[in-house]
Design a protein around this ligand. Structure first.
Ligand SMILES: Cc1cc2nc3c(=O)[nH]c(=O)nc-3n(C[C@H](O)[C@H](O)[C@H](O)COP(=O)(O)OP(=O)(O)OC[C@H]3O[C@@H](n4cnc5c(N)ncnc54)[C@H](O)[C@@H]3O)c2cc1C
Length: 455
């Protein structure tokens, strides 16, 4: 491994990092995998591979960067991925959802003692996960992957990964080549790997976020509180958020339907939270696409996509960190297991070891959240109904179970039936309330227009 690191650091233009190879079984050498992208998906894949004895090369173009992200993760991720508690900036025990008419539902009544939503900064989480992958034996390669050369023999020939090295120990910006048996594309929503193998496109939302440093007393308000705002003024198809971090709040919003208007929507969330973030100083502005659906092809030959590159973000909540880490780990293990058993990695093996298991476990969750988004974010009527329902303890318990612990709570027939009935009733009631809110907003707008015309 040390030789590989040395070779990577010493690459000149163009150089080739070759680990001695023979593709015939039984395996006399370890499996070689290039993992492109060092976010939660890539770091988890590289760690899983290295822990299983594979040579994992983790290529990251910007190791000191910070992925634009709200940084909320489910509680179960701390144990499942052994994330040290001291990496957590804030433990949110109160989640407030605010409707278009500013009706608030406090999502904390059903939270069991000790349970919370951990909030982290991504630069902290990602560098920890990458370091741990390196401790397990993965080689961290700072560099931008520019293209892949696909094998002429799809079964046995290696893949060539072309990248521009930014290793500070070597010559700056040198072109390098890495020869591997398989590739994991963990390079996010604008995945270069997906493009190189023709994995197809997906639609994306755009998310925009400002990190705002607040005066102490304003920050104290958000000590253990996160807010979600819904309404056409903050997003036509998503929600706006105020999430607390160590010394600032992250205030943002996202949309698919109104991307060119993202700044107006951001002004909307700033206006809704104005009283609480007053006196704050914007210390960073960031934006990034979020995938809306899985990619048409997630495995092509011996190349697999994971995390955002594969499209694993739930639509209703915009959650992707946990799914990135889970899919990366699952994919890494699947490749290492197949290599261990057969001395090869194959498309069929990746499909059954990774894709099929992933879909079995998560397809229903993703479809369910898709449906929820269509029902509740489609207009202000649905949003009012959503907030009304969020006040319900049964809804809160079920939501916390599925979000915090990533498990579906066992069915409670009477509770669920009551919930169904209440949902229908809330939708009917809020159909009226929602129209009223829209009407009031229109009237307000007309009044403002008249005042403008008069002057
Ligand atoms: C504003 C915003 C807020 C969000 N809030 C939350 C939240 O609160 N909770 C949550 O769970 N999810 C949230 N998400 C979603 C979450 O950020 C993603 O789902 C998650 O980051 C996916 O992880 P990943 O490892 O797949 O990809 P990424 O985190 O995007 O990592 C990809 C990595 O690949 C690297 N890379 C890209 N191209 C190349 C290349 N060619 N060569 C080398 N390296 C490359 C990038 O530098 C990056 O480090 C949010 C997203 C946004 C945009």
């Amino acid at each position: 491994m040390a030789a590989a690191v040395a070779a990577a650091a010493a690459c000149h233009s163009p150089a080739r990092l070759v680990v001695s190879c023979s593709s015939s079984a039984p395996p006399r050498r370890p499996l070689r995998v290039a993992v492109v992208g060092g976010g939660p998906a890539g770091a988890s894949a590289a760690e899983a591979l290295a822990s299983a004895g594979a040579q994992a090369f983790l290529l990251e173009r910007n190791p000191s960067g910070a992925k634009p992200c709200g940084g909320a993760i489910p509680l179960c991720m701390l144990d499942e991925f052994a994330i040290p508690r001291d990496l957590v900036d804030r433990r949110v025990t109160r989640m407030r959802v605010l409707s278009p008419s500013n009706l608030a539902a406090d999502f904390s009544r059903a939270l069991p003692p000790g349970a919370h939503i951990p909030m982290l900064r991504r630069e902290v989480l990602d560098s920890f996960l990458r370091r741990r992958a390196a401790d397990a034996g993965a080689t961290l390669v700072p560099g931008l992957v520019t293209s892949l050369s696909l094998p002429s023999d799809p079964a046995t020939d290696p893949y060539l990964v072309h990248y521009i090295s930014s290793d500070s120990g070597g010559p700056s910006s040198s072109r390098c080549v890495l020869e591997v048996d398989a590739v994991i594309g963990a390079d996010g929503a604008n995945s270069r790997v997906a493009r190189e193998v023709g994995a197809g496109d997906y639609s994306t939302a755009i998310a925009f976020q400002e990190r705002i440093r607040l005066p102490d007393e304003a920050m104290a308000y958000y000590d253990d509180l996160a807010e979600m705002y819904v309404g056409g003024d903050v997003s036509p198809d998503f929600y706006g958020w105020v999430f607390p971090k160590c010394d600032h709040v992250a205030v943002g919003t996202g949309t698919v339907a109104a991307k060119p208007e993202i700044k107006r929507l951001q002004a909307g969330i700033r206006a809704r939270a104005a009283g609480k973030v007053a006196g704050g100083r914007v210390v960073r502005v960031e934006a990034h696409p979020i995938p809306e659906h899985p990619r048409p092809r997630r495995v092509v030959g011996r190349v697999a996509l994971v995390g955002d590159a594969a499209g694993y973000v739930t639509r209703c909540s915009g959650e992707g960190i946990y799914f990135a880490a889970r899919s990366g780990r699952l994919c890494g293990r699947a490749m290492a297991d197949e290599w261990g058993l057969t001395g090869a990695v194959t498309e069929a093996g990746i499909r059954s070891g990774y894709l099929r298991r992933w879909d079995d476990e998560f397809r229903t969750t993703f479809r369910f959240l898709d449906l929820l988004q269509r029902v509740f974010y489609g207009g202000n009527a649905g949003r009012e109904a959503l907030v009304e329902m969020c006040a319900d303890e049964h809804v809160q318990r079920r939501t916390f179970d599925s979000y915090l612990h990533k498990r579906m709570a066992p069915a409670e027939p009477w509770g669920d039936l009551r919930l169904l009935w209440r949902t229908a009733a809330a939708m009917v009631r809020c159909g009226v309330l929602g129209r009223e809110v829209e009407r009031l907003r229109r009237l307000e707008q007309q009044a403002a227009d008249q005042v403008r015309l008069r002057h």
